[in-house]
Write a new protein. Structure first.
Length: 63
C-alpha cells in the first residue's frame, strides 16, 4: 500500500484493530458505514462516488 505513508497508517491501526466483525455481514456493514460516512463528508457527486467504487474495487484485489 504505497499510497499512504507508514507514518499515516498508525492513526487508523488502533481503530481497525478494535473492530472485530465475526460474520461476513458484520464486515460488510463496517465497510459500508466507512464508505457512507466518507461520502457524507465529501459529497455525492459522480466523481466522488466513482472514486469510492474504485477504492473498493482495488481493495478487493489487494489480499
Amino acid at each position: 500500500m504505497p499510497y499512504i505513508p507508514q507514518s499515516d497508517r498508525t492513526k487508523f491501526d488502533d481503530a481497525i484493530t478494535a473492530l472485530k466483525p465475526e460474520k461476513t455481514g458484520e464486515l460488510n456493514y463496517v465497510i459500508s458505514r466507512l464508505c457512507a460516512d466518507y461520502i457524507a463528508r465529501t459529497g455525492t457527486g459522480y466523481a466522488n462516488l466513482n472514486e469510492v467504487m474504485g477504492v473498493l474495487t482495488c481493495a478487493s484485489v489487494e489480499f
